[in-house]
Write a protein that binds this ligand. Structure first.
Ligand SMILES: [Zn+2]
Length: 109
């Protein structure tokens, strides 16, 4: 008698793929409208983030530093402060004050 694990992190791959595509779409939409309609961009980001956590899909790397993980604000030149420090870039969201660090060039650890 086998019991299928049907909990977090065990979604079929086609679902993940769909979710991934949807995330991609949402984020490109967000990028498009961010300049004119920041509120709408934020909504798209929120949806994308929700999908990514529900389906355990990672947000593509190229989008990761485009928005705030905490308040979902799409970053532009005015609402984020970018700082490079030792091999990592710190993004500080002006909206909510959250910082995220993104390393470059070196593996984590
Ligand atoms: Zn923020």
């Amino acid at each position: 008698m086998k019991k299928r694990m049907r909990s977090r992190g065990s979604k079929p791959s086609w679902v993940k793929q769909l979710a991934g595509e949807r995330i991609e779409t949402l984020l490109s939409l967000a990028a498009e409208v961010a300049g004119e309609k920041p509120a709408r961009a934020r909504r798209y980001v929120e949806l994308a983030r929700r999908l990514s956590s529900r389906y355990n899909v990672t947000v593509p790397a190229r989008w990761k530093r485009k928005f705030c993980k905490h308040c979902f604000a799409w970053w532009n030149a005015t609402n984020v402060r970018v700082r490079a420090r030792n091999r990592a870039v710190t993004y500080k969201c002006i909206g909510c004050g959250a910082e995220s660090r993104v390393g470059y060039g070196v593996k984590k650890g």
